[in-house]
Design a protein around this ligand. Structure first.
Ligand code: ADP
Ligand code: MG
Length: 390
């Protein structure tokens, strides 16, 4: 049983919250504070109830030692503005100076310094885990993006707490991604794209029995088309995945999962100049770089009629304008669909934001590796650690 933040009594308690503040920083300035904003609902819920709140995160890869280039100081400034209250940056995440701050009633919101200043964090060291745990009465994990890692702050420290729960952001991930694994609304449409079949194979295998309609786009479509004997020119193909693609095509048919592969393409020569529209076969000197208009229409139709849609992986080389249209149209179709829409993957979420439709998507998953592993059916250490009796 995993409890939610809302189920705990926080009054008079010191609450430790593991968040994901691993924001992009350039020359001491935060380029994009999205990740800080996403943790605010959890922090705002805890603030009026708890006696004290300790906020902990990793930032970058300082290599297990104190390196002020990776200090959370810039995060503190943002956080203070977002919360409209003083936030104290502790000089470290454990140790006597931190304990003194925790004991001092003058400080209510304390941001612990970068967890990865200690190599013990990534090693999930039990002594370090215990030192972190001793600082607080309650443990909240809201760092879904780090939940697939068995680190001290995401996993090891949780066993020292009787009072532990999911934060709002992490709970939302479990609710929506969990629904895909248990009882997705039907028809359940999954659109997979992106560069590589091999990245997505685990997800595909695990979800295939639940999927009503599978749409495949992006570079991974060419491995499937080649497996069907269709000429794909110079498109990206993973030769070592062709037999697996064949196997999945057969399996989909056995399971009565409708499988759509692109029926036309936007292709170009390797210089990526002068895009042309091709039918399903691609000329030998060209590579497929986006789905074509007929495919867009087909995919759109499936998305519009869906009860639930999972989308992971752009359907083209969306970073380059002439090949970004397919992905943009898909984002638009998803935004206009009445289906519960779940978008996963760093590049796919970026594409949705770029298309300006993020508000219209039911759930944008914040985990890269964590989301894929969850959908593969793996048990994530950060989630397991929140279970009672562990
Ligand atoms: P996500 O981060 O959302 O999981 P991936 O990392 O799997 O997505 O895939 C994104 C990448 O796939 C992008 O860089 C995109 O340009 C690339 N891609 C998609 N379709 C093609 C294609 N037809 N040819 C080359 N690259 C492609
Ligand atoms: Mg990616």
């Amino acid at each position: 049983m995993i409890r939610t933040l809302q189920e705990l009594d926080l009054s008079g308690k010191c609450v430790f919250v593991r968040v994901d503040f691993n924001v992009p920083i350039k020359q001491g300035r935060i380029v994009e504070p999205h990740r800080i904003e996403r943790a605010l609902p959890t922090l705002r819920l805890i603030l009026p109830k708890a006696k004290k709140i300790l906020i902990a995160s990793h930032l970058g890869r300082p290599g297990g030692k104190k390196d002020l280039g990776y200090s959370l100081a810039p995060v503190r400034d943002h956080l203070e503005r977002f919360l409209s209250q003083p936030v104290t940056l502790a000089p470290d995440c454990i140790g006597p100076d931190v304990e003194a701050l925790v004991q001092d009633p003058r400080y209510k919101v304390i941001l612990l310094e970068n967890l990865r200043f200690h190599k013990e964090e990534e090693k999930n060291d039990p002594v370090f885990s215990r030192a972190l745990a001793l600082l607080a009465d309650v443990y909240i994990n809201d760092a879904f993006g780090a939940a697939h890692r068995a680190h001290a702050s995401t996993s090891g420290m949780a066993k020292f707490f009787r009072e532990k729960a999911t934060g709002i952001l992490l709970q939302k991930e479990l609710d929506y991604l969990g629904r895909i694994l248990s009882t997705p609304e039907r028809p359940f449409v999954t659109l997979l794209g992106g560069a590589k079949v091999s990245d997505k194979i685990g997800v595909l295998r695990n979800l295939l029995p639940k999927i009503s309609t599978l749409l495949i786009g992006g570079a991974m479509a060419y491995t499937f088309l080649k497996a069907k004997g269709i000429p794909v020119g110079k498109s990206l193909v993973e030769e070592d995945q062709i037999s697996l693609a064949q196997e999945l095509i057969t399996q989909a048919a056995d399971l009565r999962t409708t499988l759509f592969l692109p029926v036309d393409h936007i292709a170009a020569e390797e210089s990526k100049e002068k895009p042309i529209t091709t039918d399903v076969s691609i000329p030998s000197n060209h590579m497929g770089l986006d789905i074509g208009p007929k495919t867009i229409t087909q995919f759109n139709q499936e998305i519009r009629n869906a009860g639930m849609v999972l989308w992971n992986g752009p359907v083209g080389l969306f970073e380059v304008e002439p090949f970004s249209h397919g992905t943009k149209f898909i984002a638009q179709a998803l935004a206009e669909s009445k289906a519960i829409s779940i978008v996963a993957g760093g590049d796919t979420v970026a594409a949705v934001i770029q298309a300006g439709v993020e508000e219209k998507i039911t759930h944008l998953s914040t985990g890269g590796g964590a989301t894929l592993e969850f959908l593969e059916g793996k048990r994530l250490p950060g989630i397991q650690a929140l279970e009672d009796g562990e």
